[in-house]
Design a protein around this ligand. Structure first.
Ligand code: CO
Length: 473
């Protein structure tokens, strides 16, 4: 056993996502910092490659629902976890919000994130248009931090291949990221679509194509997650993401414990102490009563087998269902599934991740109920106009003309970087918010979430400042 270990200098590295994606995926991002503190020091001693503690939806939910200053979490946790690098999920020009922000906001946000203790930036764009991460990249590198260039995993068929999402596509994207200065490259499989043998082929090809370490992020949603990790490990992936068991499985990540156990004594042994992990899970079980009500328990199955058939992620299905309920058209759900496939194809096969999943889903509903493109949402017009970036495949010219006819924001798609269209925001925001924003952190938070952050700041500072008149979300 010992000899086998020594013959392989490359144990699998594990990033723990319990404090971010874990509770974002299954407990509505509601975990409080106070429940992280008691195990932060022990987590730090486990030997994880990194701990994901921030970004994604945490910024939003912390100030909106938990009455916590979002900027404080990394600062607080850093006091307890001093050795393990902290990582965050950053949506490129969307930062941790839901629209594209101007470059001055993006620069200030990344600088501030470095200052509060983020070491590794997992930076992605929903359309895999890397012009949308350029400004982030510039500041991450300027601050001497770790850039994890990220490709969103998507498919055009049930397996890798077909029109767009081929091995060559991912290899080309990875090379592009390496050129941009990525320190590691991550394949981000947000819907758990990556199948085990595709994972093997993908990481075999990527290993040959780029020199930097490779990271796989997958979700357990379809039930394939742990199998895909194992095959990716066999193909040479360097780092994987897991959560401690109580925050794993379902739509979250595969659990850490079984993977650590499965690799024990093999050349890929993680070196992480299984018993330590069990103690940490025990703490999470003790806080369970606070979070259990947030767990979706309307189905017996903890996996979403539907994803295996139609590839539409669970979150998107619940959005579609509620939209159809409102329109009293729930009986048309199966037609919508078919239409989602067509609408996505028409729009150049964007990955079904926020915001593309919502844009495609809503349009598919409109298409089924009122006729194909008889009614068109403004977000779809923006997508066609190029304001989200370049779609993976081009959109048909006639369809483009039809969709953009008389659109007030423009009729000819832009081909440049979307953020070049946006004027600076910070100085204007300072004038609007006035004294309510006492720090740069307050100001940036307010630019991202004007309505809810204004409410939060009024509470924080004891309501002694009148709200601004013109706050807009
Ligand atoms: Co995720």
């Amino acid at each position: 056993m010992k000899d086998r270990k020594e013959s392989s200098p490359q144990p699998i590295k594990i990033q723990d996502n319990t404090f971010r994606d874990g509770h974002q995926s299954i407990y509505a991002t509601r975990m409080k910092t106070e429940d992280m503190i008691p195990i932060a020091e022990e987590m730090d001693n486990c030997g994880f490659w990194a701990m994901e503690v921030w970004g994604g939806a945490t910024f939003d939910t912390m100030h909106r629902f938990l009455d916590e200053d979002p900027w404080m979490r990394p600062k607080i946790l850093k006091k307890y976890a001093k050795k393990t690098p902290f990582s965050m999920l950053l949506r490129g020009q969307n930062l941790v919000g839901y629209r594209h922000y101007a470059d001055d906001v993006v620069r200030a946000f990344v600088d501030k994130s470095c200052e509060i203790g983020i070491d590794i930036f997992r930076c992605f764009d929903a359309l895999n248009d890397f012009r949308n991460i350029e400004t982030c990249v510039e500041r991450i590198k300027a601050n001497g931090k770790h850039l994890e260039g990220t490709v969103c995993y998507s498919l055009t068929e049930s397996r890798l291949g077909g029109e767009i999402y081929t091995l060559d596509f991912y290899v080309a994207k990875a090379k592009e990221l390496e050129k941009m200065g990525a320190d590691t490259i991550c394949i981000k499989d947000m819907a758990g679509l990556l199948s085990p043998y595709d994972a093997f082929d993908l990481f075999t090809a990527l290993k040959k194509a780029v020199k930097v370490p490779l990271h796989l992020h997958t979700h357990y949603t379809s039930g394939m997650g742990s199998m895909s990790y194992l095959k990716a490990i066999e193909a040479g992936v360097d780092i994987i993401d897991t959560c401690l068991a109580p925050f794993a499985l379902r739509t979250s990540m595969p659990a850490c414990e079984p993977i650590v156990a499965a690799l024990q004594g093999t050349p890929k042994d993680s070196g992480i102490n299984l018993y330590k992990l069990l103690e940490l899970s025990e703490h999470l079980e003790n806080i369970a009563p606070k979070y259990k009500h947030l767990l979706a328990d309307h189905r017996l199955s903890i996996i979403d087998t539907g994803v295996l058939a139609h590839q539409i992620p669970g979150g998107m299905i619940s959005n579609l269902t509620s939209q159809l309920k409102e329109m009293k058209a729930l009986d048309r759900l199966s037609e919508i599934y078919t239409e989602v496939v067509q609408t996505r194809k028409d729009m150049g096969y964007p990955p079904l991740v926020t915001p593309a999943s919502q844009i495609i889903g809503s349009q598919a509903v409109l298409n089924v109920l009122f006729g194909r493109y008889a009614r068109i949402s403004n977000q779809l017009k923006d997508l066609v106009l190029g304001l989200y970036g370049k779609t993976p495949a081009p959109i048909d010219k006639d369809l483009t003309a039809k969709i953009l006819k008389n659109y007030k924001r423009g009729q000819t798609p832009i081909t440049g970087r979307p953020a070049d269209e946006l004027p600076p925001e910070i100085e204007e925001a300072k004038k609007t918010i006035g004294h309510l924003a006492r720090t740069d952190e307050d100001l940036l938070g307010w630019i991202l979430f004007p309505q809810t952050m204004e409410k939060y700041l009024q509470t924080k500072y004891g309501n002694d400042v009148p709200p601004s008149a013109s706050a807009k979300e």
